[in-house]
Design a binder for this molecule. Structure first.
Ligand SMILES: Cc1cc2nc3c(=O)[nH]c(=O)nc-3n(C[C@H](O)[C@H](O)[C@H](O)COP(=O)(O)O)c2cc1C
Length: 152
């Protein structure tokens, strides 16, 4: 099992409805690929964390990379992981309210900032990603998968 994260800059404006539609389509495909993770959007940037087997992950990343709706600033290979952190979310869009609720606004901003500046080393970025994954994983309990056509 492997994990990867990236930050990208949007090329057009995304409203809440667009984000939910994106997550819904992503959810269907990710469940076919047995990929789990989450996505948030802040200040015109996306942050996405994905986990799954290496081959489906790289197939999905190829699709995401060529998507004209955004432009990837930085990809961080987290590498091999023992187990999934997001077993119940194929692709969960984490809303701004939820980030706020678990006091993650600052850390979310920080991870985007670090990932868009080349001065931050891979290790400094990974630390933040691991911290954010832990916090967001806490949201899973009892929360539906926003953007999921059929909750699983
Ligand atoms: C920020 C962002 C995140 C995305 N995340 C996913 C995802 O997790 N799963 C997915 O299937 N598609 C995701 N997409 C859509 C893909 O880029 C792509 O449009 C879709 O997978 C169809 O792939 P294809 O063009 O190779 O057919 C995302 C798009 C954007 C802009």
């Amino acid at each position: 099992m492997f994990a990867v994260a990236y930050v990208s800059k949007q090329k057009n404006l995304f409203c809440e409805r667009d984000l939910i539609a994106l997550a819904s389509a992503a959810n269907t495909r990710n469940s076919q690929l047995d990929i789990t993770g989450y996505l948030f959007h802040k200040g015109g940037y996306f942050f996405q964390y994905l986990e799954g087997e290496q081959e489906p992950l790289s197939i999905l990343m190829s699709s995401i990379k060529r998507d004209p709706r955004h432009c990837i600033s930085r990809i961080v290979e987290i590498g091999e992981i023992e187990e999934r952190s997001f077993a119940v979310w194929n692709m969960r869009y984490v809303t701004p309210d939820e980030l706020d609720e678990i006091n993650l606004e600052d850390i979310a901003q920080d991870v985007i900032l670090r990932m868009t500046r080349p001065t931050f080393s891979e290790d400094m970025v990974k630390d933040r990603i691991v911290a954010i994954v832990r916090r967001i994983a806490e949201l899973q309990t009892g929360r539906p998968e926003i953007g999921s056509a059929q909750p699983n």
